[in-house]
Design a protein around this ligand. Structure first.
Ligand code: NAP
Length: 247
């Protein structure tokens, strides 16, 4: 699919994993991908990879929890391109542990990056989208935010919060032609899942009707659809990409 030729697509946490696949897919479909991530070298490498393929990308070091710095980065992106069409809130972390033993700092860190980070970026980009009367926001939640999970109360709460934030944002912004949806990935092959013990991976894979883990591009493909005009009548939804795990 083409059709994103004049679009500016910002993706948070996009130096690797699902975020990189999303940024790359937007670039492959003609957009300028804007990579936001924590580490300068990782950001440079991600931009270089897209550049080497003859596509367009720029990058910024950005921590989604730092609302002032996010504000400045969106200001700079808007100053450069005079618009921001698409925001994908993808940056996310896990710090697993049972509720009984969970450190307050682990609760705070996960809520801060996953939920507050999504709020921060939405709040800072929306002034531009409201003015241009166009925008697409896609929030990456998780099936854990729908089903909950023992040992992941902080992560599940942050991702459940993202689903509620998605619905509220969709209601606030729809009159200005801004659509907000969420994608709930199941079990996807990235560094985040690579750190899980083999028996946990085997247990989940055995429960997936399509019998395998998903790939980052499975999430990227849905992002492209949701950001396209083909999805013009879809807002406030959370769509699962999980190989049927939650059926
Ligand atoms: P990943 O491989 O760990 O990549 C996450 C990226 O986000 C990393 O580049 C990381 O940077 C960056 N990041 C972390 N904290 C950040 C912050 N404060 N500001 C900006 N960037 C930050 O994760 P992934 O598996 O691709 O997951 C991407 C998203 O999908 C997350 O929201 C995750 O919860 C969600 N998800 C993943 C799965 C799965 O199975 N993989 C399933 C459901 C949902 P550093 O490397 O420097 O820390």
């Amino acid at each position: 699919m083409k059709g994103f030729e004049d679009k500016i697509a910002v993706v948070t946490g996009s130096a690797r994993g699902i975020g990189f696949a999303i940024a790359e897919a937007f670039a492959q479909n003609g957009a300028t991908a804007v990579i936001l991530d924590l580490n300068q070298e990782d950001v440079n490498n991600a931009v270089q990879k897209i550049d080497d393929a003859g596509l367009r990308a720029i990058g910024f070091v950005a921590d989604v929890t730092d609302s002032d710095s996010i504000n400045n980065i969106f200001k700079e992106i808007h100053h450069k391109f005079e618009k921001i069409d698409i925001l994908v809130n993808n940056a996310g972390i896990t710090k697993d542990g049972l509720i009984m033993k969970m450190k307050e700092s682990d609760w705070d860190a996960v809520i801060n990056v996953n939920l507050k980070g999504t709020f921060n970026c939405t709040q800072k980009v929306i002034r531009y989208m409201l003015k241009q009367k166009f925008g697409v926001i896609i929030n990456i939640t998780s099936i854990i935010g729908i089903m909950g999970n023992a040992g992941q109360a902080n992560y599940a709460a942050s991702k459940g919060g993202i689903i509620a934030l998605t619905k509220s944002s969709a209601k606030e912004f729809s009159s200005r032609n801004i659509r907000v949806n969420a994608i709930a990935p199941g079990f996807i092959q990235t560094d985040m899942t690579a750190k899980l013990p083999k028996e946990v991976i085997d247990k989940y894979t055995a429960a997936i009707p399509l019998s395998c883990m998903g790939l980052p591009k499975d999430i990227a493909n849905l992002c492209i659809f949701l950001a396209s005009d083909e999805a013009n009548y879809i807002t406030g939804q959370t769509i699962q990409v999980d190989g049927g795990l939650l059926i």
